[in-house]
Design a protein around this ligand. Structure first.
Ligand SMILES: Nc1ncnc2c1ncn2[C@@H]1O[C@H](COP(=O)(O)OP(=O)(O)O)[C@@H](O)[C@H]1O
Ligand SMILES: [Mg+2]
Length: 508
């Protein structure tokens, strides 16, 4: 240490660069969250396009993030490369997605051992800065040596910025976590690389969905393909039920809360339903969605309010909008993957969560009942639920048209009755409960993959009703309300069209 800095009052205790960088790597980012954090910077810098390239080349694989934002002049770049480039306590522009002055460095370094940033503005030539962890370790000085020679990058790397007036490129080299020492023709490693690229795409589609649409949309491109937004509230379907918007204030900060009841799968197409599941599945994505400056931080969580994620609440998704000035109050973390509501808001959030959950689960509970009430008779369901001496019991509905027909037309009813009884008594209810709890989304819907079988069942029930003396028109109406045909109105009406045609043909 130089003599001029010696003081009787203090020691200078700068951390060693190598050691601190190694610790900063362990913040807990993964590839998708790390990329989202650097894309925040691009968006804050006014980029209209961000190109993310994940280039497979075994141990020489790289990830590039290029934007056409305003870029950085040399001195700004030097400052931006410092860990803690801006204090988290500083006031930020209202649309700034940053907070801690760490993201670009910690996110990048969590994934690669060599981060190079090349940037230029409308007024300044490209400048370059690089943190190379292996180089820093090799100097054995502990110095924070930020490399800066332009020729650290190849001509083709430099060419990336030539076509634009301003912008920034991040180069992530030596991706030790993602590929390590894999060789180019290591198929397993390459497959893993591709899968991670796919996870990145899904994550970005979710985190930035509100930026990817509208007049001032930002275009995110991953390996040349544009990322389509994933809207957790499925407002495009037209079947989501938005609830009233509430504004909650706490310590001068506003939080806007809006709950949504998502459409039951019977109201939307199978494709829409599976898209709605999101990266983690329907069950996992229930709960609160916290946005900070429209950027998603938390994608479905009951926020420690003492509520569990349960199957029948999966249509409940609640949006919370915060400004970046609320960061401290809501305890935003560096990775921007966590936020905690202030204690003063817990009661209100609990109330909103309860109301939303109850509304969402009632869709499941009442769906059948509503239809049954409309029909006001006993033939809608094949199964009926009974309580006997406080115990649940499921019974095949003897009033169902097809059941009635089978009973009426068998010469000997005893074996049919015995069979029904056996089925009722041996339903593997405990097994169904367990399977449903473990893998709720793997249960198939009735006749999901066999429209032809569904059609046969429909015919049989319809014929039974007609043979029983029912008017065709009335039988048709009953069919439309009957489970499971009520979930397929399009198939029922196609079937009825056929019936009408046949009747007309017979009359001729
Ligand atoms: N793509 C970019 N374009 C322009 N400026 C950038 C870009 N990325 C980072 N910066 C600058 O570097 C600074 C530090 O970024 P970062 O480490 O992510 O911390 P924070 O975003 O919290 O400020 C930013 O505040 C910004 O000034
Ligand atoms: Mg940032």
């Amino acid at each position: 240490m130089s003599g001029s800095r010696m003081s009787p009052d203090y020691d200078i205790a700068s951390p060693g660069a190598g050691e601190l960088f190694e610790s900063l790597r362990a913040f807990g980012y993964d590839l998708p969250t790390a990329l989202a954090d650097v894309i925040d910077n691009s968006i804050t810098a006014g980029a209209r396009n961000v190109w993310i390239d994940l280039q497979w080349a075994g141990r020489d694989s790289r990830i590039l993030v290029r934007d056409d934002g305003r870029g950085m002049a040399e001195e700004d770049l030097r400052q931006a490369m410092k860990p803690g480039s801006l204090s988290p306590l500083a006031d930020r522009a209202a649309n700034d997605l940053g907070r801690f002055g760490l993201g670009m460095k910690t996110a990048s370094i969590s994934q690669c051992r060599c981060l190079t940033v090349l940037s230029k503005t409308k007024k300044s030539a490209p400048s370059l800065r690089r943190w190379d962890l292996d180089y820093i370790a090799s100097t054995k000085t502990g110095e924070w040596r930020l490399l800066k020679r332009l020729d650290l990058l190849s001509a083709s790397d430099h060419a990336l910025l030539e076509g634009q007036k301003s912008g920034t490129v991040l180069f992530w080299d030596r991706l030790d976590a993602l590929v390590g020492d894999a060789s180019v023709d290591d198929d397993v490693a390459q497959k893993h690389f591709r899968e991670r690229a796919d996870a990145v795409k899904q994550h970005l589609a979710m985190v930035f969905h509100r930026f990817l649409k509208g007049r001032k949309a930002v275009n995110l491109h991953i390996n040349g393909r544009q990322i389509e937004p994933w809207d957790p509230f499925m407002e495009d379907t037209g079947f989501t039920e938005p609830q009233v918007t509430e504004n909650l204030a706490c310590e001068g900060e506003q939080a806007e809360i809006k709950a949504f009841i998502l459409p039951h799968h019977s109201r939307i197409s199978a494709d829409q339903h599976s898209a709605g599941a999101g990266p983690r599945g329907w069950n996992a994505h229930q709960g609160f969605y916290i946005y900070r400056n429209r950027r998603l931080l938390v994608a479905g969580d009951w926020l420690g309010l003492g509520m569990q994620k349960e199957e029948h609440f999966k249509l409940a998704r609640i949006r919370i909008d915060l400004a970046n000035s609320a960061d401290l109050l809501w305890q935003i973390d560096v990775k921007k993957s966590r936020a905690r509501p202030p204690a003063a808001l817990r009661q209100d959030l609990l109330r909103i969560a309860r109301a939303t959950r109850s509304r969402a689960s009632s869709i499941y509970r009442h769906r059948g009942k509503v239809i049954q009430r409309q029909l006001n008779d006993k033939e809608t369901f094949l199964w009926t639920h009974l309580m006997k001496h406080g115990k649940s019991f499921y019974r095949i509905n003897r009033d169902h048209p097809l059941v009635r027909k089978v009973l009426a037309t068998s010469d000997d009813r005893a074996p049919v009755r015995a069979l029904f009884n056996l089925i009722e008594q041996t339903i593997p209810a405990p097994l169904i409960v367990i399977n449903n709890a473990e893998k709720p989304d793997t249960f198939s819907q009735p006749f999901e993959d066999s429209p032809a079988e569904l059609r046969k069942a429909m015919e049989a029930v319809f014929d039974a009703m007609v043979e029983d003396g029912r008017e065709r028109a009335e039988a048709a109406r009953a069919l439309l309300l009957m489970e499971p045909f009520n979930n397929h109105p399009e198939l029922v009406s196609a079937f009825l069209d056929d019936v009408v045609r046949k009747v007309a043909a017979q009359k001729k």
